[in-house]
Design a protein around this ligand. Structure first.
Ligand code: FBP
Ligand code: AFP
Length: 339
């Protein structure tokens, strides 16, 4: 049975007992968790807090922002800018990086986030979440310190030092990896703290459940179509078993289900936008989720390459995503090399 300890104690043990994380990273993760608690409160208030609806602004990808997108972005920036652990932040909701202002000490970490993933679900009261990823700024030599710039963020996902998400659903759950497996913490609202409720999370290698937006079927590439057609064929098809389908339209909620009971999630490249590699964002969505999934024994590729090995060329880069139960992702990847 999982020891019911607080997130704070878990992180202290990761630092002190296991030596996995430096003190600065521990404090940074505590601040991110605190910001998630504030966002959770705002999400819970909904209409009572006057936070629902659109904000009449667009983000850098031309998507209409919801009020809660903007509120969550501000909460994360305000919570994290003064602590001294960060050099800069980048967000799905901001055009360029946010350098920690001179009035605060500069740290060595870079924080990336999608402040409120699944925005289309906000007003309809369906699970949404915050996704985050932490990198270390490359240049550590104090004699040659350069001001932080966008280039510092362009590291492959394999360089992440922490990644996680917080899902705001029937429960608020923070899911975290610092490279030592995946742990889940449930928000105890009475105590006001995140409590460890699952550790060493493992995704089963096989599954009977897939997640994809089926309305895009006519736009898919042949390998994805083949994979889903075979799942839909059920017991009498080549897979010899029936499959179930789930699609929340919040990556956080779909990945949370996969970490909880297995499954495979696809948001593949499709013919609607042939010049874009996919819809999801590499740095704010795909990298943190891929690391969590790999840490839980699953796999994550873009159909051809391990997502964590992709060298980003720009901050808001997009990517095709296939992640979850290992044998299914391996199958999908093999279909891409044969078709
Ligand atoms: P449960 O309460 O047993 O989960 O059933 C839920 C439900 O009756 C509906 O809320 C939902 O629309 C439907 O089942 C989902 O069915 P399916 O599993 O076939 O997608
Ligand atoms: P938003 O945060 O803009 O709603 O996007 C959510 C998301 O990037 C991801 O969380 C979902 O898996 C995916 O979009 C849903 O996309 P569809 O609307 O095409 O189903």
């Amino acid at each position: 049975m999982t020891k019911r300890i607080s997130l704070t104690r878990y992180l202290v043990e990761q630092q002190r007992v296991d030596g996995h994380i430096p003190g600065d990273l521990r404090l940074l993760l505590e601040v991110v968790a605190r910001a998630c608690k504030s966002i959770s409160q705002a999400v819970n208030k909904g209409d009572l807090g006057g936070v629902l609806g659109v904000a009449d602004t667009e983000n850098v990808q031309g998507e209409v922002q919801k009020q809660l997108d903007i509120i969550a972005n501000e909460v994360l920036i305000e919570a994290n800018e003064w602590g001294g652990h960060l050099a800069a932040m980048a967000s799905e909701e901001m055009d360029s990086i946010y350098v920690v202002p001179n009035r605060f000490p500069q740290g060595e970490y870079l924080l990336m986030f999608d402040p409120l993933d699944g925005s289309s679900n906000i007003d309809v009261n369906v699970s949404i979440g915050t996704i985050f990823s932490v990198l270390k700024k490359g240049n550590d030599n104090p004699d040659t310190i350069e001001p932080v710039c966008e280039q510092d963020f362009l590291q492959p996902g394999s360089q992440q030092v922490a990644a996680g998400y917080c899902v705001y659903g029937p429960q608020t759950t923070l899911v975290l990896t610092v490279g030592d497996g995946v742990a889940m913490f449930t928000l105890d609202r009475e105590q006001g703290s995140f409590v460890l409720t699952r550790e060493n999370v493992q995704i089963p290698a096989d599954t009977r459940e897939f997640a994809i937006n089926m309305s895009n079927m006519r736009h898919w590439d042949a390998p994805v179509k083949r994979y889903v057609d075979e799942c839909l064929a059920g017991k009498d098809g080549p897979r010899g078993k029936d499959f179930n389908m789930r699609w929340v339209a919040s990556m956080v909620a779909d990945v949370h289900r996969i970490l909880t009971r297995g499954g495979v999630f696809l948001y593949p490249w499709d013919k609607r936008e042939p010049d874009k590699p996919g819809k999801l964002r590499l740095m704010y969505e795909a990298n943190p989720m891929s690391w969590l999934v790999e840490q839980a024994g699953g796999a994550a590729t873009n159909g051809r390459q391990r997502i964590l090995d992709i060298q980003p060329t720009k901050l808001h880069e997009r990517v095709s995503v296939m992640l979850g139960s290992k044998n299914e992702v391996d199958r999908l990847t093999s279909y891409h090399s044969t078709l």
